[in-house]
Design a protein around this ligand. Structure first.
Ligand code: GLC
Length: 491
C-alpha cells in the first residue's frame, strides 16, 4: 500500500485576519509576523477538505518521520491562535477528531489502551484510491515508546479554552465530549498505590519526551493536571457525574496546597533543607520526604536569588529535583496554581537570572544541564540530549508564550516584552528553529529542525497576549482572581 502523509494543499490561507495586530511594536516586526503566518498556513493539515491540525515541522530534513504529524501538544499554540483569530471551527474539528481517533482504536498490540489516553500525534494518509485515512500514534510508534500523558491534559485545557472563548457549551455537552472528559478525569483520579495528591507518570511523558529523569511527579505534569481538573466544570451535573466533579474539586484543592507548600524553593526554604534533620517518623515532621541535605546540588545556593524563588522540578521520597523547568513554572503561574507572591518571586528569578533562563532565546527548557556521569545515567547516554542542547538545557522558542503569559499574570509585562523582543529578533532570520544550544542559547540547535511550527505560533500567540492581556481570561487560562483577568476581562 502506498501511504503518503497528507501535506497541506492550502490554496487559500487559513488566516484571513492575518493583519489583526493593531500596529507593529518593534522595527521590522511586520515581516516577522507575516513569515510566521506563512509557516502556519503551510503547515495546515486537511482531512476531507477541512483544516484539522498543523504539522510539527516543515523541514524536509527533520530527523524523524513523525515531525510531519500533528502533535496534540504542538497544536495547542496554533489552536489558541485560531480561537483568537476567528477560526474556532478548526479547533472544534480537532477536538472532535481526536476523540473519534480514540474511539476507533481501543486496542494496541493486543493490549487495551486505558480509557482516557489520547494520541501523541496523528496524520492523514492518502491511499492509492484517493481516500483518506487517519493514523494515530498513542506512543506505540514514538521513539522510545514514551507515553503521551500530557495529550489528554492539553486536550482538556483546549476544550475549556474553546468553550470559554466561544460560549459553545452545546459542544461540551455532546455525549462524545462528556464521555471523553469523564474518561480523562477518571483515569487521572483513579485509586493508586500513592500517598501524594500529585500524579505519578513515567519518564518522557510530556514535552520532554525522552529519558531525562522526569519520571515520578514532574512539575509540568502537575501544572497540566491542575488545569485538567479545572475542566471538570464542563461536566454536566447529572447523577452519574456528580461524584467525579466532587472528586476533581477536592483533589485539585489538596494538590494545589501541596505543590505550593512542598515544591516551592526560596532562600528560607533552602536554609531549612540545608539544616534538615533526617530519618524522622510520624505525622509532625518537617522533613516529610526525608531529604538529605547532602543532596542539594552545588549550584543551588549560589544561583537562587535573594528575592526570588521557583517550583522545583520533581519531588518524591528522598528526592528533590532542584532543576528549574520553565514550562512547569510558567504554567503554574498562568493557571493561578502559584500564589500571587510565588508568581512574583518566580518572575523575579527570571529577571535576576535572565542570562541563564532567557539568554539569547526565550526560554531555557531546564536549567542547568546535566553532564558527565550524571548525563550518562540520567539520559542513557543520549547524544541528542548532551549538555546545553535539546531537552537538556536547550532554549525552546515555543516557551515564549507561556513565559509571556506568566509575566502578565504576575504583573511583570516588562519581562514578557523584553523576552518577546529577544525572540522576535532572531527567529525568522534563523528560519524558525525548534531549539537553540549553548548556555545562553546563542547557537541554533545542532540537530534542530528548521521551520518548526510551534516556534512560529508561540511567537504569534505571545504577540496576541502582549497586545490583549485579557485574552488569557477569555481563553479560560488564568484564574479569575489573578491580575491578568482583573486587568481587562469581564470573564
Ligand atoms: C520533540 C519534542 C516534543 C514535540 C515533538 C514534535 O519530540 O520533544 O515535545 O512535541 O518533537 O515537535
Amino acid at each position: 500500500m502506498n501511504e503518503r502523509p497528507h501535506t497541506s494543499r492550502a490554496t487559500e490561507p487559513l488566516h484571513a485576519s492575518r493583519h489583526c495586530f493593531a500596529s507593529p511594536r518593534f522595527a521590522d516586526e511586520s515581516a516577522v509576523l507575516a513569515d510566521a503566518y506563512r509557516l502556519l498556513d503551510d503547515a495546515v493539515i486537511r482531512y476531507e477538505g477541512r483544516p484539522v491540525g498543523t504539522m510539527a515541522s516543515l523541514d524536509p530534513r527533520a530527523p524523524a518521520d513523525n515531525y510531519r504529524d500533528c502533535f496534540v501538544r504542538d497544536f495547542v499554540s496554533s489552536a489558541f491562535l485560531m480561537l483568537l483569530e476567528g477560526r474556532s471551527d478548526v479547533v472544534r474539528e480537532f477536538l472532535a477528531m481526536i476523540l473519534r481517533m480514540r474511539g476507533q482504536q481501543e486496542e494496541l498490540e493486543g493490549q487495551q489502551i486505558a480509557p482516557g489516553v489520547l494520541p501523541a500525534s496523528f496524520r492523514v494518509i492518502t491511499l492509492d484510491d484517493g481516500s483518506e485515512q487517519l493514523s494515530a500514534d498513542f506512543g506505540d510508534r514514538a521513539i522510545g515508546r514514551v507515553a503521551p500523558v500530557d495529550s489528554m491534559m492539553w486536550w482538556a485545557v483546549l476544550l475549556r479554552a474553546y468553550v470559554h472563548f466561544t460560549g459553545d457549551t452545546a459542544f461540551a455537552h455532546t455525549p462524545e465530549v462528556q464521555r471523553g472528559l469523564r474518561m480523562i478525569l477518571s483515569l487521572c483520579l483513579q485509586s493508586r498505590f500513592e500517598v501524594f495528591p500529585t500524579l505519578l507518570v513515567p519518564d518522557g511523558s510530556f514535552m520532554i519526551d525522552r529519558r531525562m529523569g522526569v519520571n515520578g511527579h514532574p512539575l509540568e505534569i502537575q501544572a497540566l493536571f491542575d488545569m485538567t481538573l479545572r475542566a471538570a466544570d464542563l461536566l454536566t451535573r447529572d447523577e452519574g457525574s456528580l461524584w467525579l466533579i466532587d472528586l476533581a474539586a477536592r483533589r485539585r484543592e489538596v494538590m494545589r496546597d501541596y505543590v505550593r507548600r512542598y515544591y516551592w524553593l526560596d532562600l528560607d526554604v533552602l536554609n531549612e533543607v540545608h539544616r534538615y534533620s533526617t530519618e524522622k517518623f510520624g505525622h509532625d515532621v518537617d522533613n516529610v520526604f526525608n531529604i538529605y541535605p547532602e543532596s542539594i546540588p552545588d549550584w543551588v545556593p549560589d544561583w537562587l536569588p535573594d528575592d526570588g524563588g521557583y517550583f522545583v522540578g520533581n519531588l518524591g521520597p528522598g528526592r528533590i529535583d532542584f532543576r528549574f523547568f520553565s514550562q512547569g513554572n510558567f504554567l503554574t503561574t498562568l493557571s493561578g496554581m502559584s500564589t500571587p507572591e510565588q508568581a512574583a518571586m518566580q518572575m523575579q528569578t527570571v529577571a535576576d537570572r535572565w542570562d541563564d533562563l532567557i539568554g539569547q532565546m526565550p526560554a531555557k527548557l531546564v536549567y542547568p544541564a546535566v553532564q558527565g556521569v550524571e548525563w550518562r545515567l540520567m539520559t542513557g547516554s543520549d547524544p541528542k540530549n548532551v549538555a546545553w542542547s535539546y531537552h537538556n538545557g536547550g532554549n525552546w522558542p515555543v516557551l515564549i508564550w507561556p513565559m509571556v503569559a506568566a509575566s502578565l499574570v504576575a504583573g511583570r509585562q516588562d519581562l514578557g516584552e523584553r523576552a518577546y523582543r529577544v525572540a522576535e529578533r532572531r527567529l525568522m532570520k534563523d528560519n524558525w528553529p525548534e531549539y537553540y544550544d549553548g548556555r545562553h542559547g546563542r547557537l541554533i540547535g545542532r540537530r534542530a529542525n528548521l521551520d518548526q511550527v510551534w516556534s512560529a505560533t508561540g511567537l504569534l500567540l505571545a504577540r496576541h497576549l502582549l497586545e490583549s492581556p485579557d485574552s488569557l481570561a477569555r481563553l479560560g487560562l488564568s484564574e479569575d482572581d489573578h491580575k491578568a483577568s482583573a486587568a481587562g476581562s469581564e470573564d
